[in-house]
Write a protein that binds this ligand. Structure first.
Ligand SMILES: [Fe+2]
Length: 340
């Protein structure tokens, strides 16, 4: 099931299909619109998320309406949710062309009653299956962001070490040599439309970026920064209304504005938002974890809490593929076993 989630006050343009949306918990205001289109104004409602019915969505990309909140393929059937805050949202990041890890995570998400999946970028780079990963993210994620490796493949590798740069060029070649012209164009278009930041959640209090709210694509925020980079953390938190979700370092955990950093183990894999406190959540990496745990990492956000999850996958299969590709350094396979 694909679900559109959003904030109160959001305008959606909806083309109803059969069956038409049922009467709502709190009726929206249908605004007259030519032909079969209607506009619905979502207003605040305290009710827990409940499906309103099925409708065919015409995606509206005007950022003043829904652009920062909804990006989804047009013409599909969606279940609309009425919600006053977050529903259950899975956040994945840093897949890095590791299709085995991505499929394992998506399968795990399927079992957890999650309404939507979003991705914080670095879909490609390092791994042997960039095309499959782009296709899966395009199909399964509500939206994705642009990571520095996506940027490197699409435009040019910036500040990459030689191995990463070579992997980026090999990855670009995979996109360029796709025989299916339509598939090639579709993937390039998808990559070129990735955004660098999205705000979502109740009153848009959550900002999602790949790197940091200060430098969305390229800035690393490491756990040590909570101790040694106090000014850096302060400037980053000045750009956070309530919460940020990030990736990039491949190290999951929670930064607070004290400042401090907590690993998932220290939090027993669950962090609960406190009133008046700001936080920045690193969701870890699906395809190349670097916290000494080789299992794929992702999080689920639900109302006021974050759950950190780990998923084992077939590392042998990925390592074999990497080692069969001369342009991908064997180290990229070896590090998967160690999670670093
Ligand atoms: Fe990454």
């Amino acid at each position: 099931m694909t679900v559109i989630v959003g904030s109160p006050g959001v305008l959606l343009r909806v083309k109803a299909s059969r069956p038409r949306p049922r009467p709502l918990l709190s009726p929206p205001h249908p605004i007259a619109h030519p032909r079969r289109h209607r506009r619905y104004v979502f207003t605040p409602c305290a009710a827990k998320a409940q499906p309103l019915g099925t409708a065919r969505l015409t995606v509206c990309r005007d950022p003043n309406r829904i652009g920062d909140r909804f990006v989804a393929p047009a013409g599909r059937d969606f279940h609309f949710l009425w919600w006053s805050g977050l529903v259950r949202l899975a956040v994945i990041s840093d897949i890095h062309g590791n299709a085995e890890a991505l499929r394992a995570v998506l399968a795990d998400i399927e079992t957890r009653n999650v309404e939507a999946v979003v991705c914080l970028g670095d879909i490609v780079g390092y791994g042997p299956d960039p095309l499959a990963c782009v296709d899966l993210v395009a199909e399964r994620c509500l939206w994705s962001l642009l990571g520095n490796h996506d940027f490197g493949v699409l435009y040019e590798p910036t500040n990459f070490n030689p191995g990463a740069e070579q992997a980026a060029y090999w990855t670009r070649t995979q996109f360029e040599t796709e025989a299916d012209e339509a598939a090639r164009a579709r993937r390039w278009t998808f990559l070129s439309q990735l955004r660098v930041r999205v705000k979502f959640g109740s009153e848009n209090q959550i900002i999602a970026v790949h790197g940091s709210p200060r430098r969305p694509v390229n800035e690393y925020v490491f756990p040590d920064d909570a101790i040694n980079g106090t000014l850096k953390i302060q400037q980053i938190f000045e750009r956070i209304d309530r919460c940020a979700v990030v990736g990039h370092t491949h190290v999951p955990g929670v930064f607070t504005d004290e400042p401090d950093f907590y690993t998932p183990a220290e939090l027993k894999n669950r962090f609960t938002f406190q009133n008046g406190e700001k936080c920045m959540i690193n969701v870890g990496s699906v395809g190349q974890p670097r916290d000494n745990d080789p299992r794929a990492s992702y999080v689920i956000i639900e109302d006021g809490s974050i759950e950190f999850l780990r998923v084992p996958y077939d590392i042998d299969a990925v390592a074999r593929k990497i080692k069969s590709i001369p342009q991908l350094n064997d180290w990229l396979a070896d590090r998967l076993y160690e999670g670093r």
